[in-house]
Design a protein. Structure first.
Length: 104
């Protein structure tokens, strides 16, 4: 399988107001990702069933360099700076593709 580089991030939000503001921040950030990051293959925010104050991101990049490009973007730096006010916890799991079907 190709060299793809991915991660799963679990965010726990403070309350419903924080969840709404966090989702709005995500929408604005995704505009920059769509427009300026061809190496970002997949970037999706999920709400787990029965966990309204949790968001799970699945991110897939063409390679590690594409991830580093994503991290350096102004829209990503803005997201990283702003998100803390809405959160109580963040868990990050980095992934290396082994097998599968998809963008890789």
């Amino acid at each position: 399988m190709s060299e793809g580089y991915g991660l799963v991030v679990r965010f726990t939000l403070r309350d419903e107001r924080a969840a709404t503001a966090f989702d709005d921040l995500c929408v604005r950030t995704l505009e920059g990702i769509r427009e300026r990051e061809p190496g970002t293959l997949t970037y999706v925010s999920h709400i787990p069933v029965d966990e309204p104050l949790v968001r799970v991101f699945y991110e897939l990049y063409a390679d590690r360099a594409a991830f580093e490009t994503h991290e350096a973007q102004p829209h990503t730096r803005h997201f990283l700076a702003e998100r803390e006010q809405y959160l109580t916890d963040v868990e990050v799991m980095f992934l290396h593709a082994v097998a599968g079907k998809g963008a890789l």
